[in-house]
Design a protein around this ligand. Structure first.
Ligand code: 0O2
Length: 230
């Protein structure tokens, strides 16, 4: 095979542009992680327990971004990826209790530098397969040497039981390539019900020592700004 030096140089440039594009999303994740760490540490100090079991962050791979853009008919430009693919940076917060999940959402979304663009409350309104989680798309500023960029981050906030169910369901869908047998779907629906009852029971027990109400988030997403970057 003969190497085409022109193509090779273009690929190198594309790789380098992609790396620069992704770097800003990594900074946005870093900002959100710092906010979560501060909230958790303060909460632990005040209440002597942690509302958060664990936090994961991930950057969508360039392959997944191109794949999603292709599936959704999104223009193959960085501007278009930024405007239309809102989960390039993702942070998943796994909480002990449902009330904690809403607390985390509220504490983050009311910070003055955060703009909430979208809220999907699959805890209040689970998906038909049983999936539960609270999803927020937030915009956070990152301060660079010569500019301030506003980056979108997808937050998924849920309980341990919801997370356990979602990761198993994801593995099953992956294994069966989306064609999951009916019996397994029924078992998954049943498992979702068990997980819900566990969450409700744990919340009740926890309330015995620390009474709290489950208050779903009351967040109105900001209207899209005509000149803002997405
Ligand atoms: P991945 O690989 O996990 O990132 P969007 O994709 O955000 O443009 P969508 O799908 O309407 O639009 O957003 P939604 O409903 O907020 O879901 C976003 C993410 O939530 C998904 O990302 C999954 O991670 C998770 N999710 C949503 N529904 C389910 C579900 O039924 N089961 C499981 N296990 N996870 C779910 P992606 O992009 O699908 O994949």
């Amino acid at each position: 095979m003969r190497a085409d030096v022109g193509q090779y140089t273009e690929l190198q440039k594309l790789g380098s542009d992609f790396a620069r594009f992704m770097l800003n999303y990594q900074f946005a994740i870093d900002e959100i992680m710092t906010k979560i760490n501060i909230l958790t540490t303060e909460f632990e100090h005040l209440h002597e327990y942690s509302p958060i079991e664990h936090v994961n962050a991930r950057l969508k791979s360039p392959e997944s971004i191109l794949d999603k853009a292709g599936r959704r008919g999104i223009d193959m430009t960085f501007d278009s990826f930024r405007d239309n693919i809102l989960d390039i940076a993702g942070v998943r917060v796994v909480c002990s209790f449902i009330s904690d999940a809403y607390w985390v959402a509220k504490m983050l979304s009311t910070q003055s530098d955060i703009t909430v663009l979208q809220v999907k409350d699959y805890i209040e309104n689970p998906k038909s397969n049983g999936y539960k989680s609270l999803h927020l798309i937030v915009r956070v500023p990152i301060f660079l040497s010569e500019s301030v960029e506003h980056m979108n981050v997808e937050l998924q906030i849920r309980t341990v039981a919801m997370d356990f169910w979602a990761s198993l369901e994801h593995k099953i869908y992956y294994k069966f390539d989306q064609e999951v047998p009916e019996t397994l779907l029924a078992e998954l629906a049943d498992a979702a019900d068990v997980a819900n009852r566990l969450d409700a029971k744990m919340e009740r027990l926890h309330n015995e020592i620390r009474p709290r109400e489950i208050r779903p988030v009351d967040i109105t997403p900001a209207p899209p700004a005509a000149d803002a970057e997405s």
